[in-house]
Design a protein around this ligand. Structure first.
Ligand code: GTP
Ligand code: MG
Length: 240
C-alpha cells in the first residue's frame, strides 16, 4: 500500500486548510476567475514538490501539461531561490509539454505514464484540464461527447495518481452563464459538470482579494472541514 505524501503550497495557512498540502494519490482541482492564482500555485508546486520530505516536499520530479501557454520558466527561478534550491536543477526536473488539442493532451498522458514508470515523479499538473475540450467541442449537441472524452481523460489522471503515488493538480475554468442574454462568468461555478465533480477529490475555489492577496475556499473535499485560507502571490511564489 502506498502512503500519501503532502506537498507544501508555500503558504502555511493554505497547507493547514488542506491538512498538510496537496496530496498524492488523488486529483486536486482549483477553479476561479482569471488571475485568481491557479497558475501561480502550479508554479510554486513545481518547485516545492522537489523539496525533501522533511521540508514538506515530495522529493520528486514534476510533469507539466500546459494547454494555455502560461507556463513561465523564468518564474521558477525566484521561487527556487526562495526555497534555497538551485534554479537550473529545479528546471531540469520539470518535464514540460504544451498541448494543442484534447487528443494531444490525452496522448501526452500516455507518454508520461511510461516516463513515470522509470523515474520518480511526485506531481502532475494539467493547466487547464478543460480549456481544449471547450474549444474542440464547442458546437451545439457536442456536450455529451465532450463529457465522455473528459471522463476518459480524468480517469487516466486518477490512474496515474494511484499507480505512481503522484499528486495530480488540475486547474478548471468557471462557467459562462448566459444569464440575462449576456455571457457573464460566475466565479462560483466550475466548468466540467458532474464528470469533473466526480473525478476531483479535492475541489478548491480561488478568488481575488486586495492587491496580491487571494482566498482559497474548500468547495468540496470529503475529508476536510469547510474553511478558507488567505495567502499572497509573491515573486517567490505563494506565501502567507
Ligand atoms: P487564468 O489562467 O487567467 O484564469 O488565471 P490564474 O488563476 O491562473 O491566475 P494566475 O495564477 O496566473 O495569477 C496571476 C496573478 O499572479 C497576477 O495578476 C499577479 O497578481 C500575480 N503574479 C504573477 N506573477 C507574479 C510575480 O512575479 N510577482 C508577484 N508579486 N505577483 C505575481
Ligand atoms: Mg492560469
Amino acid at each position: 500500500r502506498k502512503s500519501v505524501v503532502r506537498i507544501t503550497t508555500g503558504s502555511q495557512a493554505l497547507d493547514e486548510l488542506l491538512g498538510g498540502g496537496i496530496e498524492t494519490l488523488c486529483i486536486t482541482e482549483a477553479f476561479g476567475e482569471f488571475r485568481s492564482g491557479k497558475t501561480q500555485l502550479a508554479h510554486t508546486l513545481c518547485v516545492s514538490t522537489q523539496l525533501p520530505l522533511h521540508m514538506h516536499g515530495g522529493n520528486g520530479k514534476v510533469a507539466y501539461i500546459d494547454t494555455e501557454g502560461t507556463f513561465r520558466p523564468e518564474r521558477i527561478v525566484p521561487i527556487a531561490e526562495r526555497f534555497g534550491m538551485d534554479a537550473n536543477a529545479v528546471l531540469d526536473n520539470i518535464i514540460y509539454a504544451r498541448a494543442y488539442t484534447y487528443e494531444h493532451q490525452y496522448n501526452l498522458l500516455l507518454g508520461l505514464a511510461a516516463k513515470m514508470a522509470e523515474e520518480p515523479f511526485r506531481l502532475l499538473i494539467v493547466d487547464s484540464v478543460i480549456a481544449l475540450f471547450r474549444v474542440d467541442f464547442s458546437g451545439r449537441g457536442e456536450l455529451a461527447e465532450r463529457q465522455q472524452k473528459l471522463a476518459q481523460m480524468l480517469s487516466r489522471l486518477t490512474k496515474i495518481a494511484e499507480e505512481f503515488n503522484v499528486a495530480v493538480y488540475i486547474t478548471n475554468q468557471v462557467i459562462a452563464d448566459p444569464g440575462g442574454g449576456m455571457f457573464i462568468t460566475d466565479p462560483k461555478k466550475p466548468a466540467g459538470g458532474h464528470v469533473l465533480a466526480h473525478a476531483a477529490t479535492i475541489r478548491l475555489m480561488l478568488r481575488k482579494s486586495k492587491g496580491e492577496q487571494r482566498v482559497c475556499k474548500i468547495f468540496d473535499a470529503p475529508n476536510l472541514p469547510e474553511g478558507e485560507a488567505v495567502f499572497q502571490i509573491t515573486t517567490g511564489g505563494l506565501m502567507d
